[in-house]
Design a protein around this ligand. Structure first.
Ligand SMILES: [Zn+2]
Length: 97
């Protein structure tokens, strides 16, 4: 994936933001208000640096497409039945999503 700007790329390289290729989603970490709650994660819809709208994430499409590929209900699919392409960005690129 090409990132929208240098700041975004830097944040992902330094691990401050996390890119999940299989779900096409960028998450950022934030500190919660109360100390003992630790860090939370928030999905980004827009780049906080340049304001570019980020591509829609695939959290809704992923289970459907995985079911079709494996031929089972999503909740019955075990870890080792997940095709390799679903562990990377290959599956949605192939399908033109
Ligand atoms: Zn940006």
């Amino acid at each position: 994936m090409q990132y929208c700007c240098e700041s975004m790329q830097r944040h992902i390289e330094y691990g401050e933001f996390e890119y999940h290729p299989s779900h096409r989603c960028i998450c950022c970490f934030f500190r919660r208000r109360r100390r003992n709650e630790g860090y939370g994660q928030r999905m980004l819809n827009f780049c906080p640096f340049c304001g570019t709208k980020l591509p829609d994430n695939l959290y809704n499409k992923y289970p459907d497409e995985l079911e079709k590929a494996v031929g089972k209900d999503f909740c019955d699919i075990t870890e080792d039945e997940i095709p390799e392409e679903f562990k990377t960005d290959e599956w949605w690129k192939k399908r033109g999503l």
